[in-house]
Design a protein around this ligand. Structure first.
Ligand SMILES: [Zn+2]
Length: 322
């Protein structure tokens, strides 16, 4: 009987899940709504529903599944299997995932932070293959990050090492949910970039994007900035450049501190590609220590939305090996 592993990527909107064989080939993958507003026990029920759907009608029997990994946003304790706090889930406070799951499954279940699980995916199967020093940043609603240092994923004392998104860039900048202000993620993220363009429009600047949203600035999204950039819209070019330059300064600090071989940029906003990354690379070249900067490549993530599920499965397998 072939062994299989399940990987789950728990998001605020959707639960993505996949069954992988021993070579990490996807046997079946699916996505179902999380229904997060119904509370923590319902979300756990939805994860189990996703697992049922994965095995239904497939040749994979429950007793051939050897383990399951789940990537969860927010603060957690992967050793205890405890999700401490997750910003996207209402009624979510100290949810003991592993205890909640163990009555349902004979195989072991492991949890880790969603970005770290993405990091395992890109490290073992994507843009980080073969490297021992990696920084992954994900640019979505916010800026997430994970670090491999000398071949080991960094966790820190309370499993929250590598919060690059909360690096202070401005003494009196935009307020952040963490309680501080001027954090990198408040500027370099889909939401951050949208806020930058809105601020400039409110100051009287103009952009083709205003026509696309009928002057309803609340409807501006990050993809529009890339599209306007391609049409030569000067405000979109300026905002992309400013966002990339800030990311470059943040990453120059990261390069000086960690001396990575590769920085992988993933998440929805990474679709901006070289529009964003060329300025990031130039800024790191100019401002990081020369020896460290010259050894570090800055690349786009390779696995897209698969990174979360394949990463969760790989993480579970590594935990099973001890
Ligand atoms: Zn912050």
């Amino acid at each position: 009987m072939k062994p299989y592993i399940i990987g789950v990527d728990l998001g605020g909107t959707n639960i993505k899940a996949g069954i992988f064989d021993e070579d990490y080939k996807v046997i079946k993958a699916l996505s179902i709504p999380t229904e997060a507003s119904a509370g923590s026990s319902h979300v756990l029920h939805r994860i189990r529903a996703a697992v049922d759907l994965l095995t239904e009608g497939s040749d994979v029997t429950m007793d051939s599944i050897k383990g399951m990994g789940i990537g969860i946003p927010g603060l957690l304790d992967p050793v205890e299997g405890l999700s401490i706090f997750s910003p996207n889930f209402p009624d979510w406070n100290h949810v003991h995932i592993i205890n909640e799951m163990k009555d349902y499954y004979d195989f072991p279940v492991f949890i880790d932070n969603d970005v770290r699980v993405n990091l395992y995916g890109e490290w073992l199967h994507g843009a980080g293959r073969g490297y021992n020093n990696i920084v992954l940043i994900t640019l979505g609603t916010g800026l997430g990050s994970g670090i491999v240092n000398d071949g080991k994923v960094l966790y820190g004392t309370s499993y929250s090492a590598g919060e690059i998104g909360h690096m202070n860039m401005f003494r009196n900048g935009r307020p952040c949910k963490c309680g501080s202000s001027g954090c990198l993620g408040r500027y370099v993220s889909a939401l951050g970039m949208i806020n930058t363009i809105k601020e400039k429009l409110n100051e009287g600047r103009t952009s083709i994007i205003q026509d696309w949203v009928n002057r309803e600035h609340a409807n501006i999204n990050a993809l529009m900035v890339s599209e306007a950039y391609d049409l030569g819209d000067s405000l979109a070019i300026e905002v992309m450049h400013e966002t990339a330059s800030l990311l470059g300064f943040g990453l120059a600090n990261v390069v000086n501190m960690l001396n990575p071989e590769v920085i992988i940029v993933g998440g929805g906003m990474a679709a901006a590609g070289d529009r964003l990354l060329n300025t990031v690379r130039e800024t790191v070249d100019q401002h990081a220590l020369k020896l460290s900067g010259s050894k570090c490549r800055i690349v786009q993530a390779e696995l897209g939305s698969l990174a979360g599920t394949i990463g969760a499965a790989s993480y579970a397998y590594r935990r099973m090996l001890g």
